[in-house]
Design a protein around this ligand. Structure first.
Ligand SMILES: [Cu+2]
Length: 158
């Protein structure tokens, strides 16, 4: 007999800890979920488009997004429209903080992505891929779809 009960316990333990370790690695990734990522359709001559989304943080750590990029645009910025005394102005956001267990909603008149220099025309139903860079070194890809923006939510750029 080469294997007895006494020898199999350390083996079982090491398998157990290996599984635990593997589970930890799987959890270490960013717990951000991008939902309803969309780009507002704009006239074909537009040099800048606006994008929206919901970002959910299902993890127990705050997450910070420091940039976004897409092969379909020259550059991507995060903005927030602030209304003060009836005047709307846009503030550039250097980063986005999504609190643990919380979310951040982008919508017309609030947080939005400014998509500069589109490299092609976008029609309703077209898609574009965005890569979001996190402060912790991870990056997440999300696919946006072009939708019609209703008249009252059209984006106005300064
Ligand atoms: Cu803007």
């Amino acid at each position: 007999m080469s294997i007895n009960r006494q020898n199999s316990l350390p083996l079982l333990l090491s398998v157990f800890f290996l599984a635990l370790f593997a589970g930890k690695i799987a959890q270490a990734g960013p717990a951000l979920i991008f939902e309803n990522v969309w780009i507002a359709e704009a006239p074909p001559v537009s040099k800048v488009l606006a994008g929206y989304m919901s970002i959910k943080n299902t993890g127990d750590k705050d997450q910070k997004i420091i940039s976004a990029q897409s092969n379909d645009f020259g550059s991507v910025e995060f903005h927030r429209t602030i209304e003060k005394n009836g005047m709307a102005s846009m503030q550039h956001q250097a980063s986005l903080l999504i609190p643990a267990g919380g979310n951040l909603i982008f919508k017309p008149g609030d947080y939005h992505m400014m998509l500069f220099k589109p490299v092609r025309k976008f029609r309703v139903g077209d898609k574009a891929i965005f890569k979001f860079q996190l402060e912790n070194g991870h990056s997440i890809n999300a696919t946006a779809v072009v939708k019609k923006a209703s008249a009252d939510t059209s984006h106005q750029h300064h």
